[in-house]
Design a protein around this ligand. Structure first.
Ligand code: NAX
Length: 332
């Protein structure tokens, strides 16, 4: 059967790369026909039409149908996947609280639309920032959909970390695996390579033993990954878009087809209180293994150092702070 995939913020810069990849079969496979639903706000209707024209002009075999709309009723109807990219951007001088407030409104409305109009099996990926808390808001507003159907994107952070390690060791990116991103998609995130490995030829060794520089791993490596988004903005005068779209494709592909063998990947998932001492009630990024079809389980039993513990708690605390504000806005 056809897959119905919604992308919000469809007139924006991430969507411009993302829509092509989905339509081209890079996510769900070349043999899977896709109906793309594109939602943006009414003032962007004209731009949206331009993107639709371009998608048509790509003449892609697996793109069955394109629906572009500015209403949530139409956008969320019967969808299999919801990729929620659209959000209120942070303007200069805007307080964090104001940003949360504007987005609480958007993601509450979209959560309610998921609850009412989407398939109950819909898989939801939240990208728009603050991604973890926006995801929590949508989940809270959609009680008829299982909590495990909601995730947020930390794959871009994981890809950034993986590429930093590969560059440091002078190996190709696919030699490095099992890097972990813990917590919030923000500067408190904890990129962790304590359990990561690097494969050279037939031998697999730990990243820690290959890098041989704990000062770098516990210092500059972490801050480089945490601040990478800002570095891209400073250089490009625009936020990450190509790499964000690629990370979204990686996330959704793994969620659809499953992770391979013993490998894991990180995503923000609902914390039910049973993993690594992270309390219940936030969307927190952890390593997961995913079965074909999408059921995932958090990787358990990893040893956590005191250093890791404090980093993991710090980012959890930030998320509980965001939650407090968001819940206040949700009820008002
Ligand atoms: P753009 O500003 O280029 O595009 C956003 C689009 O969303 C705009 O066309 C806007 O009209 C639309 N939009 C706003 N409110 C909407 C609503 N209620 N319904 C539907 N559409 C709506 O931003 P872009 O660079 O594409 O980034 C999109 C979001 O991704 C931002 O919130 C950004 O912070 C976030 N990011 C998250 C990342 C992550 O790893 N989780 C990384 C990349 C990115 O920074």
């Amino acid at each position: 059967a056809d897959l119905k995939v919604l992308v919000t913020g469809a007139a924006g810069q991430i969507a411009y790369s993302l829509l092509y990849s989905i339509a081209n079969g890079d996510v769900f496979g070349k043999d899977q026909s896709v109906t793309l639903v594109m939602l943006d706000i009414a003032p962007m209707a004209g731009v949206l039409e331009g993107v639709v024209m371009e998608l048509q002009d790509c003449a892609l075999p697996s793109l069955k149908k394109v629906i572009s709309t500015t209403t949530v009723e139409e956008a969320f109807a019967d969808i299999d996947y919801a990729i929620l990219v659209g959000a209120m951007p942070r303007r200069q001088g805007m307080e964090r609280k104001d940003l949360l407030k504007a987005n609480a409104k958007i993601f509450k409305e979209q959560g309610q639309a998921l609850d009412k109009f989407a398939k109950k099996t819909v898989k939801v990926l939240v990208v728009g920032n603050p991604a973890n808390t926006n995801c929590l808001i949508a989940l809270t507003a959609a009680p008829s959909i299982p909590k495990d159907n909601f995730t947020c994107l930390t794959r871009l952070d994981q890809n950034r970390a993986q590429s930093q390690i590969a560059a440091r060791l002078g190996v190709s990116n696919d030699c490095v695996s099992n890097v972990i991103i813990w917590g919030n998609h923000s500067s408190t995130q904890y990129p962790d390579v304590a359990h990561a490995s690097v494969k050279c030829g037939d031998t697999e060794s730990s990243v820690v033993s290959c890098v041989k520089d704990d000062n770098w791993l516990n210092g500059e490596f972490i801050t480089t990954v945490q601040k990478r988004g800002g570095a891209v903005i400073a250089a490009r005068k625009l936020s990450s878009a190509m790499s964000a779209a690629k990370a979204i494709c990686d996330h959704v592909r793994d969620w659809h087809f499953g992770t391979k063998g013993d490998k894991w990947t990180s995503m923000g998932i609902y914390s039910n209180g049973s993993n690594y001492g992270i309390k219940e009630g936030i969307i927190y990024s952890v390593p997961v293994r995913i079965a074909p079809g999408g059921a995932f389980t958090a990787v358990t039993g990893l040893s956590i150092s005191d250093f890791a513990r404090s980093k993991m708690d710090e980012t959890a605390e930030e998320l509980f702070g965001e939650k407090l504000m968001a819940m206040e806005f949700m009820s008002s």
